[in-house]
Design a protein around this ligand. Structure first.
Ligand SMILES: Cc1ncc(COP(=O)(O)O)c(C=O)c1O
Length: 373
């Protein structure tokens, strides 16, 4: 069986599909342990919640596991109502995805055709580029300002071919946020264009900056805005794949035309309903992250590393040695972090805030390997 695409297939495959960039995920624990013959590896590479799922979600999954032979309700009305109620919106203003990634794909499917333009920050979450290319669109990359998106430059690059504009707050992979005034200017510019702003708030729940934008407050103001959030981060359900978008009814109706049926599975819907009401778990996750983030930043700075102030559940930093070598040395110690080369930041590493013990072990490993690099 050959894995080389045969010539006849190369001739018929859509040319832009061949240029879709590859998504590079954080290395899984099992893979690292297998490759290095070690056990007890710690993964701090994919911004997952180290406390695990909400106990209420776990209970709901176990109680309902026996119904896995039944299709879920395709439009997940109960989960959409629970999300809508949380933000004072109507349930037909909510769309659900198999992760928020899938909603990005739906948006591209609806709006982006061959050679249409999609604006995004230069060093950002790679799915923005991938979903743009999926339908033949062209990514227009705007350099960061410092370590956050340059909203002014993004606003002024909106043109007649711009269909979508991706911006994340806090920004991934740096954790930097922007303020309301800059965001309002961007929205104003979008309002007089044909472009949709996709405000990706995957990490918004971790934010403690007083003037941090809450996208949900702006939906009524602008029909050029969709806000994306996820159950993968603070809610601890990354493995179940549930994300959501909030916007105007007309936009949600369009997305529903391309949404695959049953895209959020039965147990994921049930778990997310339980998780969204579990304030105790969310608060514990938030507090743990705040303490861990400070611990990591201080530890890295003591070593002379440049740690970027983050509002998310990760810290990006520039070590005083080669970042790629540090990444590999940590891997050998069983500590999986993310080298930010694939994000366009080859001199940086991103580490997810873990449990207190994991953070301590990670810092110990950094101290141990540094003299050897
Ligand atoms: C900035 C950003 N947006 C969205 C996502 C995707 O989240 P989901 O798991 O809901 O697809 C991630 C995941 O890492 C992310 O970093």
């Amino acid at each position: 069986m050959s894995s080389v695409t045969p010539d006849w297939a190369r001739e018929v495959v859509l040319p832009h599909v061949l240029s879709i960039p590859e998504y590079i995920p954080g290395k899984p624990v099992a893979e690292v342990e297998r490759e290095l013959g070690i056990s007890g590896a710690i993964k701090l590479a994919s911004n997952e919640n180290p406390l695990g799922p909400s106990p209420r979600a776990l209970e709901a999954i176990l109680a309902n596991a026996g119904t896995a032979n039944i299709y879920p309700e395709s439009s997940a009305p109960d989960l959409r109502s629970a999300i809508a109620a949380k933000f004072g919106l109507a349930s037909d203003q909510i769309i659900l995805g198999n992760g928020s990634d899938e909603i990005m794909q739906m948006l591209s499917h609806v709006f982006v055709g061959l050679d249409d333009e999609v604006i995004m920050p230069e060093k950002a979450f790679s799915m923005y580029k991938i979903v743009t290319r999926l339908f033949g669109g062209i990514s227009k990359m705007i350099p960061l300002k410092g370590f956050g998106p340059d909203l002014e430059a993004m606003a002024s690059s909106i043109g007649p071919r711009t269909r979508l504009l991706f911006v994340s707050n806090p920004h991934s992979p740096t954790g930097v946020t922007f303020d309301r005034a800059s965001f309002e200017k961007l929205l104003e510019q979008a309002d007089s264009s044909n472009a949709i702003i996709i405000l990706d708030e995957a990490y918004r729940e971790y934010c403690n900056a007083s003037d941090c934008v809450n996208g949900m407050d702006y939906i009524r103001q602008s029909d050029h805005l969709i806000v994306l959030r996820t159950f993968s981060k603070i809610y601890g359900l990354a493995g179940l794949r549930v994300g959501y978008g909030a916007s105007h009814r007309w936009l949600i109706q369009l997305l529903n035309r391309v949404k695959p049926p049953f895209n959020v599975n039965l147990l994921a819907q049930i778990a997310a309903i339980a998780a969204i009401s579990d304030d105790e778990h969310v608060n514990r996750s938030y507090e743990l992250n705040l303490v861990g983030r400070t611990f990591i930043c201080e530890g890295l700075r003591e070593l002379g590393f440049k740690a970027i102030d983050s509002q998310a559940n990760f810290v990006a930093f520039q070590p005083t040695c080669d970042a790629g070598n540090l990444y590999l040395a940590l891997l050998k110690e069983g500590i999986i972090v993310r080298h930010l080369k694939s994000f366009g930041l080859p001199d940086y590493i991103r580490v997810t805030v873990g449990l207190e013990e994991q953070n301590r072990k990670m810092m110990q490993a950094v101290r141990k390997v540094m003299p050897l690099i």
